[in-house]
Write a protein that binds this ligand. Structure first.
Ligand code: SOE
Length: 380
């Protein structure tokens, strides 16, 4: 019998929906030791929080996050609010002995993320950061193939995360839907928002990034601020490209922008090893491209593996071979792993400390772009 785990969700936006959907689904598909019970949702506007609670089945709602932390019945605090409030909430939740799930990136920067790591480790509470793309079955399969040594020595890792939703100068900054363009709320632009995903996946698959050399650009220098109603300077990076070295000697090449007309959320990576290569594309997320040099030459070529069979990561829990799953399932998978880890006392990855490592890479990337110099990445 799964034990009840009372959830206090802070935030009612896009990510709060993905997490709520996972809470509703996880026990239908995975045999995990806990069953989430939706106790309270918190958001700034009472009416919106109430509607969210009714739609998803939260027992109550509040506009004050302190009430979620003070509620003795809440076991797990889930942080789905803008980046600038992650630290305050997470540190209070850790002090109150709650398990914590936090949306990515962990914080505004490495220094702030470190205070969160210290708080959860001192309190000894379970902690997890939602870098969901690791749990796309094809991405998990890529990690398995690398760990099995099928690629041999790795030479190159390249990743892109391309979007186009901020090209218009009329898109404002700040507020509920566009806080990611406000540096005070987001900490950075594409580096913390999109490249953080690529960096998390890359370091999970290919080890620590040690040095970086980056360039960034802010194409639109002023945008109307939703809160002040006035045009204000834009402080985020609209685009960022960086080169890096990994600890294992391989070279990395990363690019992200919100100005790639025609691309909505195109996350791709390709890894080239001595024996084989792997490529993946979020727009075709259930397929993994694989090239194995050991294949007989007359049939050698890129294979397109349809990752739907029951012996592929997570897929045995879903439908039958050939039938696909999608984006929302990555949140169910990470929740299942988190709950399993909680039951076994073995934390699921990425923990706050692992997310701190990603944050340090982001810091080094932004510092490199600013100083026009190679930077060494701090170790978490
Ligand atoms: C930004 O547009 C965004 O929603 C990111 O914040 C998410 O992390 C990414 O998965 C999709 O794009």
């Amino acid at each position: 019998m799964a034990k009840k785990l009372n959830v206090g969700l802070i935030g009612y936006g896009f990510m709060a929906r993905t997490h709520s959907n996972a809470y509703c689904k996880v026990n239908h598909f995975f045999d995990v030791p806990y069953e989430p019970a939706l106790r309270v949702v918190c958001g700034l506007e009472d009416k919106v929080a109430k509607a969210f609670a009714e739609r998803w089945g939260y027992k109550s709602h509040t506009t004050d996050w302190h009430k979620v932390i003070e509620d003795e019945k809440v076991d797990l605090v889930d942080i789905c609010v803008p980046n600038n409030v992650h630290a305050e909430i997470a540190i209070a939740a850790a002090k109150a002995g709650k398990a914590i799930i936090c949306e990515k990136p962990l914080a505004l920067d490495g220094a702030q993320a470190k205070t969160m790591v210290d708080a959860v480790e001192k309190a000894g509470v379970a902690n997890f950061v939602s870098f969901n793309y690791r749990r796309v079955p094809a991405v998990t399969l890529a990690k398995m193939l690398i760990d099995e040594g099928r690629l041999g020595r790795i030479f190159h890792y390249r990743a892109n995360f391309l979007q186009d939703w901020t090209i218009s100068a009329n898109v404002p900054q700040g507020g509920m839907a566009t806080w990611r363009l406000d540096v005070k709320a987001a900490g950075s632009g594409v580096t913390g928002d999109l490249l953080a995903h690529c960096i998390d996946t890359a370091m999970w698959q290919n080890g620590q990034i040690t040095t970086v050399c980056a360039m960034t650009e802010t194409f639109i220098k002023q945008r109307m601020h939703v809160e002040t109603g006035k045009p204000e300077a834009v402080g985020i990076d609209d685009a960022c490209t960086f080169l890096c070295r990994f600890d294992n000697g391989s070279l990395g090449n990363f690019e992200s922008t919100r100005y790639a007309r025609g691309h909505k959320a195109l996350y791709t990576f390709e890894i080239n090893g001595e024996k084989a290569s792997i490529a993946w594309d979020l727009h075709d997320l259930h397929r993994l491209s694989y090239f194995d040099h050991a294949d007989e030459s007359i049939v050698r070529g890129w294979r397109s593996i349809h990752v739907t069979d029951g012996d592929m990561p997570y897929m045995g829990k879903w439908w039958v071979p050939g039938l696909q799953i999608g984006y929302e399932h990555t949140f169910v998978h990470q929740l299942a792993d988190f709950l399993e880890g909680l039951g076994q006392g073995k934390p699921a990855s990425p923990t706050f400390r692992e997310a701190l490592a990603t944050q340090y890479v982001c810091d080094a990337v932004l510092a490199s772009a600013k100083d026009k110099q190679w930077k060494t990445v701090k170790k978490a």
